[in-house]
Ligand binder design. Structure first.
Ligand code: PMP
Length: 307
């Protein structure tokens, strides 16, 4: 079941025309939200729904979409879409506002927009146990003055697709992407963290990153755990000498990186701080840690027949 243009419909009926503006020009914004299944409690939890909906609204207005439903209303629609699918496993929830007018002409103004929300089963996007490998991409991050990475704009993701495919076709798991001025920005669809001398470091929001919901969560979690953090630009060579590296995002979750450009990071194994943060994060998102319960929205599922 998807939410599509004001209704809950079977996914196969949620279709747009080839004339749809967003299909022709990429004029849409989207969010990726996870919902985690807690098997012990037989409970599904949506992670950080409000944060995602607020970012979605901000980005939709960047593309001159007006009016927009409130974040509360968007939360309600996403929750209802998930509830109607009644999944008993981890799922990905994708809301998107897209320019729905069927017309030719590259522009943003004076076009209608619509909302869809789809729900899909979703396991691990990358390996999170033993560490992944990363290559420095030959593609630069699209700059804020071109297609803002902050905007999570559908058309902008062709930039990320170039990076991810280049990395995978060269035998790596992920890409490290630089800004136009040569600073480390982020991965193809995840934010970047280093650990040096016990300090967790991540690039600032003005290094052409997506302002990741998970990035914010990890900075908060580190502070709660008494791990010092620093937000500042990172040079490529700094990564080569870092003690640890990990990526964060709704999809990658917390993914330790153990190799970059054929060089081991630290001693080439998952480091202690990345491990600690990752393990805490996975407990938090499944509702196992009371101090992080405010991250989660429980989904009241339909009772099975006879119960
Ligand atoms: N950067 C990019 C380019 C992304 O697509 C994503 C995934 N949404 C992230 C970072 C991580 O952001 P978040 O933690 O909000 O999922």
């Amino acid at each position: 079941i998807a939410y599509f243009e004001g209704d809950y419909v079977p996914l196969k009926d949620a279709n747009v025309s080839i004339m749809t503006h967003a299909f022709m020009y990429g004029t849409a914004v989207f969010e990726g939200i996870r919902a985690y299944w807690n098997a012990d409690e037989a409970q599904l939890y949506i992670l950080k729904s409000t944060e995602h909906m607020e970012r979605l609204r901000q980005n939709a207005s960047m593309l001159l979409m007006d009016p927009l439903p409130s974040a509360e209303e968007l939360n309600r629609i996403a929750l209802e879409t998930v509830r109607r699918n009644a999944p008993r496993e981890d799922v990905y929830v994708r809301p998107s506002f897209y320019k729905s007018t069927r017309s030719i002409g590259v522009k943003l103004h004076k076009l209608d927009h619509e909302l869809y929300v789809l729900v899909s089963p979703f396991g691990n996007y990358v390996e999170v146990e033993n560490g992944i490998s990363v290559m420095s991409s030959s593609w630069r991050r699209n700059a804020d003055e071109a297609i803002p990475a902050r905007g999570k704009i559908v058309g902008g993701y062709v930039n990320m697709a170039f990076q991810k495919s280049e990395a995978e076709l060269n035998g790596f798991d992920e890409a490290l992407v630089m800004t136009a001025d040569g600073h480390a920005s982020e991965a193809s669809a995840a934010n970047l963290f280093l650990v040096r001398d016990g300090v967790v470091i991540t690039p600032p929001v003005n290094d052409d990153i997506l302002e990741g919901v998970t990035r914010r969560a990890i900075l908060d979690l580190a502070a709660m755990e008494g791990i010092p953090t620093e937000v500042r630009s990172i040079d490529r060579s700094e990564i080569y000498i870092a003690d640890e590296m990990f990526l964060t995002g709704t999809g990658v979750q917390v993914a330790p990186v153990t190799e970059i450009d054929h060089r081991p990071i630290g001693d080439g194994a998952v480091g202690p701080i990345a491990r600690r943060i990752r393990d805490h994060y996975f407990d938090a998102v499944r509702g196992k840690l009371p101090e992080y319960r405010h991250w989660l929205t429980p989904v009241a599922m339909k009772k099975k027949a006879g119960k």
